[in-house]
Design a binder for this molecule. Structure first.
Ligand SMILES: *[C@@H]1O[C@H](CO)[C@@H](O)[C@H](O)[C@H]1NC(C)=O
Length: 179
């Protein structure tokens, strides 16, 4: 009976972080503060790398790409808290949930690829110092970044399509703040 009731709700109910109403405002502002702090830090890294010509090296390009990924993934993970706080609506449609899952997992996979590219960059700098500038050319860096972004977003398609085939969920209530 409970199961039938649950399937009638079109979507998931995200309970967020705390069930105690008094803590809602506090946790909301705490999370908002940490989120904005992270956003400001990442934005500073991207701006610095763009503006300072001394930082126009592969390592810093990768770092600023990483900052962009970090900003996007924290926004993806946390935007539900902000929406739920503003509208008091805790119901998320399955499509929105899948989109969130897709974007978040793609960005995470992308982040790991960029980290691998960064470690390759350090490997070349340490083990092939004389050839560093020939090997880590602008073209190769651009290619590695492009492949990371492309691979991240393509790789997750089958997974999310597979997951979205499940129509029978164990529970529609999620004790979390993102899908
Ligand atoms: C990301 O990396 C590419 C290739 O290294 C670089 O051209 C681009 O400027 C980077 N993105 C940012 C925002 O720095």
């Amino acid at each position: 009976m409970n199961f039938i009731n649950q399937t009638l709700i079109k979507g998931f109910i995200l309970h967020g972080i705390s069930d105690i109403p008094e803590l809602h405002v506090f946790t909301f502002f705490l999370i908002l503060f940490i989120y904005l702090l992270g956003l400001a830090g990442n934005l500073a890294i991207v701006l610095l790398v763009c503006l300072d010509v001394h930082l126009h090296t592969p390592m810093y390009f990768f770092l600023s790409n990483l900052s962009i990924i970090d900003m996007s993934s924290s926004t993806t993970a946390l935007h539900r808290i902000f929406i739920a706080f503003a509208t008091q609506n805790k119901i998320v449609s399955p499509k929105a949930c899948m989109a969130e899952l897709y974007i978040f997992c793609s960005l995470t996979s992308n982040e790991l690829s960029i980290l691998a590219a960064m470690s390759y960059d350090r490997y070349v700098a340490i083990c092939r110092p004389l050839y560093y500038h020939t090997i880590m050319s602008r073209r190769l860096c651009g290619l590695m970044t492009l492949v990371s972004w492309g691979f991240g977003f393509i790789e997750m398609v089958p997974t999310v399509v597979f997951v979205s085939q499940f129509t029978c969920y164990i529970s529609k209530e999620i004790d979390h703040y993102f899908c």
